[in-house]
Design a protein around this ligand. Structure first.
Ligand code: COA
Length: 404
């Protein structure tokens, strides 16, 4: 049985994403769902598989600008991938991935990345696990910092409309500092991040928007909701931190100080924190975070040359690598990687790897040495791993505070 695979037309929205909705227990997109995705997901960025005119599988792309070491890059944020259970294991995902990656390449987006619903799925298409992220839950009475910092600035609780502009500005700058964080458009803020449908509250209260000002200027924000509960008059609920972003170490510290200080809450929970989050060293008892780690972002270098030339490197000696890329053969070959970027090389390869391993190293989440220890890179010349790691070293671990 052959399927028609093509980009969706605007009039096919939102029906064309029915396959993934099926797995959320829905047969149709609710108006709320359409409102959430309509403004931020262009129809022609959704590829769908049709059988006799009916959609049986689809997958979308958010056109992002995303943080990489040294700045921002155009990136394809893969989303809403699904194939109906009636049509599973007939190669539809594979055909969708083919069409999607070809399209991403044509549009000149050098990198694709995603959060995987299942970690077994995407390696075969050249995605490498690129970060780990974690959830924490800490009793408020064990959340003291290692010393008493002098409080600074002020925090205001603000309305959604007032939040969009300062939050956008702070977040855009944060994305340029944090590999893996995509820049939110104002539409994204309005329709997604700050949208607060009852169904998404998981029993908690309304979303609270807090703006931190230091020296009178916006320096950070926190989004959270309170889950109040009590037993025999003793509060045992928690503050759920949706996201806290400061523009400096001081701002980040102030935000968390505030979040840990909210009365009536017994605990503070937060999700999707990077492995190098400031809290580990800020807290007197970091173990109390109960940091719970799992795979985070998966990165696919679509145009290897453009992607590698877009990021920054530390000073160091070049290294030649032989890249295998079964799914996107245009990336295959021997490349010289150096402080200035990447170019094709006729030299003898010193490392041999699959493009997925390069995706794992690209944002700085994993070292070449780590990948080699897992058998994902072969070292063909002594010292090559060390040279590659010296070049690719980054100051910050990848962080994306939102599943897209
Ligand atoms: C996961 C899903 C998209 C797979 O679609 P599909 O059309 O059945 O996949 P294909 O037949 O194209 O399979 C492609 C490859 O992935 C493998 N694969 C598919 N689903 C898999 C799974 N859940 N776990 C492990 N491997 C899987 C297939 O065995 C095949 O392997 P091969 O390349 O070695 O032949 C579909 O089952 C689905 O919609 N699942 C629920 C929603 C979901 O998880 N979406 C992904 C969101 S990130």
């Amino acid at each position: 049985m052959s399927f028609e695979i093509r980009a969706a037309r605007p009039d096919e929205l939102p029906g064309v994403i029915k396959p993934i909705l099926h797995y959320f227990g829905r047969s149709e997109a609710t108006p709320e769902f359409a409102e959430r995705f309509g403004p931020i997901l262009p129809a022609d960025r959704i590829h769908a598989a049709f059988e006799d005119g009916r959609v049986v599988g689809s997958g979308g792309v958010f056109p992002f600008e995303a943080g990489i070491p040294g700045g921002l890059i155009r990136a394809a944020g893969i989303t809403l991938v699904g194939v109906l259970p009636t049509h599973r294991r007939r190669g539809i995902l594979r055909q969708l991935m083919r069409a999607q990656l070809d399209d991403i390449r044509e549009r000149g987006e050098p990198m694709a990345y995603l959060w995987a619903s299942e970690d077994a799925l995407y390696g075969r298409f050249g995605y490498g696990v690129a970060s780990f992220s974690g959830n924490v839950e800490i009793p408020r009475d064990r959340a003291a910092f290692w010393k008493d910092f002098e409080p600074a600035g002020r925090i205001r609780l603000i309305e959604k409309d007032e939040a969009v502009e300062p939050f956008s500005r702070i977040q855009r700058e944060a994305a340029a500092r944090h590999p893996g964080m995509f820049v939110r458009s104002e539409d994204w803020w309005r329709h997604r991040r700050l949208a607060d449908p009852e169904a998404g509250r998981e029993g908690g209260g309304e979303m609270v928007r807090a703006l931190l000002e230091l020296d009178g200027r916006p320096a950070g924000y926190a989004l959270y909701r309170l889950h109040f509960s009590a037993e025999r008059g003793i509060p045992n609920g928690y503050t759920s931190v949706i996201e806290a972003v400061g523009d400096s170490a001081e701002a980040t510290r102030e935000l968390w100080q505030y979040l840990f200080g909210i009365d009536w809450m017994a605990r503070v929970r937060a999700q999707l924190l990077p492995r190098d989050h400031e809290l580990f060293l800020l807290l007197r008892e970091p173990r109390r975070l109960r940091f719970d780690l799992r795979d985070g972002l998966w990165v696919r270098l679509v145009d290897l040359e453009a992607a590698l030339n877009a990021r920054s490197y530390k000073p160091g000696e070049p290294v030649t690598v032989e890249v295998a890329d079964e799914f996107c053969a245009w990336n295959e070959g021997v490349w010289e990687l150096g402080p200035e970027g990447a170019s094709r090389s006729s030299g003898a390869p010193e490392l041999r790897l699959d493009v997925a391993a390069l995706g794992s190293a690209y944002l700085g989440g994993f070292t070449f040495a780590q990948l080699a220890r897992a058998g994902r890179i072969e070292e063909l010349a002594d010292g090559a791993l060390e040279r590659a790691d010296a070049l690719f070293r980054t100051d910050r671990y990848p962080w994306c505070p939102e599943i897209f």
